[in-house]
Ligand binder design. Structure first.
Ligand code: NAP
Length: 282
C-alpha cells in the first residue's frame, strides 16, 4: 500500500501469486533499513503482462520481481538485459533506471550464494542436475562459472535436456541423460546432486532416483524446493548422513540480490531470513 507520495513501490508479478513468500522478506528488509518502500504482489494474467510491464514506467515503480509463468515472456518488453538474463533468456528481476527497464536474473547467483553459505564448493566437482527447466538453466550457468568439472543434466523430456546442453555448448563439459537406469552410474560418479524439478512438492511424489543408488560418498544433495522444507529426496539423503540443503536459502539470496539492485543498499540478510522462516514456520 502506497503510504504517501514519496513511498517507493516494488513488487512481484506472477500468476497465480497468492502463495508468494517474497513480500514478507522484502517488506521486513525495508522496515529494518527504515526505507519508505513497499513490496506488493500483483496477480498478472499472461495476456496482461505487456500492460503490467508498461505500468512499471507509467506508475513510477522502482522495479519488480517476475515469477511463473512470466520469466521468459517478459524479455521482449524490456529495454536491456544483464549478461546472465540474456544468456538464460529469462528474467526474475526488473529494475527501472531512468526511462529504461533492465532485466536481470538473480536465481542462479542466489543458488550459488546458498551453496557458499553451506560451504559446498564447486571447483572440480561432478554435478548431477535433475531437470532442464528455467531454474536448471540459471543454476547451470552459475555452476559453470563456479568451476564445476562436469555437469550431467537428466530430464524426463530428453529433448529439453538436449536443447539445454546445446545452449551451453562450448561453455563446459556437459552430459545429457534420460531419467532411467543410466542415472545409477551417473549418481555414483557425482559429487553433488541437485533436484531442480518441481517433483517433491508433494510427499506422495515419486522419487526420480532410486533411494538405494544414493551413495554415502555424495558430498551434498540439494533440492531447490522449499515447501515442504524437507522433500523425500532430502530426507533419504540426510538418513544416509549426506549433507542436504533445501531451496529456502536460494529464495532468500535471489531476493537479497534483487533488493540490492533496486535500492543500491546491502540487503539485511538475517532480517530477510527470519521473515522467511516465520512465513514457513521453520
Ligand atoms: N528456491 C528457489 O528460489 C526457486 C527458484 C526457482 C524455482 N524454484 C522451484 O524449482 C522448480 C522448477 O522451477 P522451473 O522454473 O525450472 O520450472 P519449469 O521451467 O517448469 O521446469 C520444470 C522441470 O521439472 C520437471 N518435472 C515436472 N514435473 C515432473 C515429473 N512429474 N516428473 C519428472 N520431471 C518433472 C520438468 O521436466 P519436463 O521437461 O520433462 O517437463 C522440468 O525439468 C519449481 O518447484 C520451483 O518452485 C525454486
Amino acid at each position: 500500500m502506497k503510504k504517501n507520495g514519496s513511498t517507493k513501490i516494488t513488487g512481484i508479478l506472477g500468476y497465480p501469486i497468492e502463495h508468494t513468500a517474497s513480500p514478507c522478506m522484502h517488506n521486513a528488509a525495508f522496515k529494518a533499513l527504515k526505507l519508505d518502500w513497499e513490496y506488493i504482489p500483483f496477480e498478472v494474467k499472461p495476456q496482461q503482462l505487456k500492460l503490467a510491464i508498461k505500468s512499471i514506467m507509467s506508475l513510477g515503480m522502482q522495479g519488480v520481481n517476475v515469477t511463473i509463468p512470466h520469466k521468459k515472456a517478459v524479455v521482449p518488453f524490456l529495454d536491456e538485459l544483464s549478461d546472465e538474463a540474456e544468456f538464460i533468456g529469462a528474467v526474475n528481476t526488473i529494475v527501472r533506471k531512468g526511462n529504461k527497464l533492465i532485466g536481470y536474473n538473480t536465481d542462479g547467483e542466489g543458488f550459488i550464494k546458498a551453496l557458499e553459505e553451506e560451504k559446498i564448493s564447486l571447483a572440480g566437482k561432478n554435478v548431477l542436475v535433475l531437470g532442464a527447466g528455467g531454474a536448471a538453466n540459471g543454476i547451470i550457468y552459475q555452476l559453470l562459472l563456479g568451476g564445476a568439472k562436469r555437469i550431467t543434466i537428466a530430464n524426463r523430456t530428453i529433448e529439453k535436456a538436449k536443447a539445454l546442453g546445446k545452449h551451453f555448448k562450448g561453455k563446459g563439459n556437459i552430459e545429457i541423460l534420460p531419467l532411467d537406469n543410466s542415472l545409477k552410474s551417473a549418481i555414483k560418479d557425482a559429487d553433488i546432486l541437485i533436484n531442480t524439478t518441481s517433483l517433491g512438492m508433494k510427499d506422495a511424489d515419486v522419487l526420480l532416483v532410486d533411494k538405494n543408488s544414493l551413495p554415502k560418498s555424495l558430498e551434498a544433495v540439494v533440492d531447490i524446493i522449499y515447501n515442504p522444507p524437507e522433500t523425500k529426496l532430502l530426507r533419504i539423503a540426510k538418513k544416509k548422513g549426506i549433507k542436504t540443503m533445501n531451496g529456502l536459502s536460494m529464495l532468500l539470496h535471489q531476493g537479497a540480490l534483487s533488493f540490492e539492485l533496486w535500492t543500491g543498499k546491502k540487503a539485511p540478510i538475517e532480517v530477510m531470513r527470519k521473515a522467511l522462516c516465520q512465513q514457513f514456520k521453520m
